[in-house]
Design a protein around this ligand. Sequence first.
Ligand SMILES: Cc1cc2nc3c(=O)[nH]c(=O)nc-3n(C[C@H](O)[C@H](O)[C@H](O)COP(=O)(O)OP(=O)(O)OC[C@H]3O[C@@H](n4cnc5c(N)ncnc54)[C@H](O)[C@@H]3O)c2cc1C
Length: 476
Amino acid sequence: MTTHSSLGVSPTSTRTRAVVLGASMAGLLAARVLSDHFDEVVLLERDALPEGPLPRKGTPHAVHPHGLLARGLQVLETLFPGFTRSMQARGGLVGDMTGDVAFDANRERFAACHGGLQALVASRLAIEAELRGRVLGRPNVRAIMRVAVLAPSHAGGRVVAARWRAGPDGAEHELAADLVVDCSGRGSQAPRWLREWGYDGPTEDRVEIGISYTSAYFKRTGGLTLGAGIQKVGTFGAVTNAQPRPGVLLAQEPDAQGTPRWVTAVGGFRGDQPEATLEGLRAHARSIGAAELQKVTHEGELLGEVMRYHMPHSQRRRYERLRRLPRGFLVMGDAITSFNPIYGQGMTVAACEALALQAELTRGGRDVEPRRYFRAASRVIDIPWQVAVGGDLSIDRVPGQRPLPVRIVNAYIGRLYRVAPSAPVVSLAFQRVVHMLDQPAALFAPRVLWQVLANRRPQPIASAQERVASARQSLT
Ligand SMILES: Cc1cc2nc3c(=O)[nH]c(=O)nc-3n(C[C@H](O)[C@H](O)[C@H](O)COP(=O)(O)OP(=O)(O)OC[C@H]3O[C@@H](n4cnc5c(N)ncnc54)[C@H](O)[C@@H]3O)c2cc1C
């Protein structure tokens, strides 16, 4: 075994070190926060990390559309001042989520308004590349790449070192650490490691969503103006039993050749799987009925291949319920909770967990009390998990218990969807909850509640065919 001394670190060193397992979104966010509190931060990553916004094997999901919620943009701007500007310089677009982005439910469009809900529309690859450049540019952060992480070393009730295999001979290496943070994603082995060290593993909540995505990039020739001449940077839709297929269209920064792009994805729950072909993508887009999605997928120039992703279940590991945990070991990001991606929550939740870790480090110092951290992370996760699971359980083909409160809330949301096309106040209140700026209780505030319960008839909405015709004229 190679020890820390062979990595150029003296075994008697008194320098403090944190090791982060995985250098994707959560790993980079954790490293950013840890670098303020430890002399050295080391990221361990299986892939060779690219210089720019390029795909890599360890994150196959990163090429599919990723929306960064308004709350996520706020947190990234806090942790990385100037982040928004840098993303705009890369060609990313910042838009008002109730004005520049269209949202449909049951094939009807929510009322547009300029509610000041700013969010970023850019590829996940570009967001990660920006963060990677900034984090690895910090003088006390480095990455060790092309490694396979092994169970960290545990002794006397704490994790004391990170371990990994690397090189053509698969040699084992060990690096002493004051804190190890597991950010290795959905396939994290932390539950197994805990059991091997003599602790209980976390229980896991699951929803069998069986969600499939078919995604593709298209050439973006100019903007997309709809309705009152508003420049749209994307369209999203709610899933309901009447229209249970997720569909998204997002403007993306130009590719390496300078070509501006759209990215689209269509999907389905539990066997309603779009074919991973252009025709499969188009067929699903037609059935979803969003005019712009249909227009781009049918008439746009395809760039690259049509791609597929499948997620059998969303999962939440309940570390906060464990009575005993080792010190010096934390978990973050998808390694704790892997959400149904259609709600666009994962990156924002990871960012908020990084803030929770920062608060714990500031409050109690480097030897973070693990139960306090996991409880704080769980408070971050609670609402987005509730929103996602509630949404999933509104779809009949998703199995699972539907307790009375879930049925009541889903019935209320169903009414809200009918009212929001003609009620900007309701539309904005809904998007502020989706974007994690307000708690769901805001949907029951008097001025929203009375409009939803009064269930005013929506304005007549153009048919799908009329909207496609209008999109045809306005897509320049
Ligand atoms: C199809 C899809 C669409 C999504 N859309 C959105 C969206 O619109 N908005 C949003 O906010 N979120 C979205 N998400 C979720 C988002 O991608 C994740 O929540 C986010 O990337 C945080 O991931 P992570 O860093 O925790 O894990 P990951 O991104 O999975 O990264 C784990 C890292 O650990 C490395 N690793 C794993 N095992 C080892 C090992 N043994 N040794 C060394 N390295 C290892 C991997 O190579 C990888 O770099 C989507 C997810 C999917 C699947």
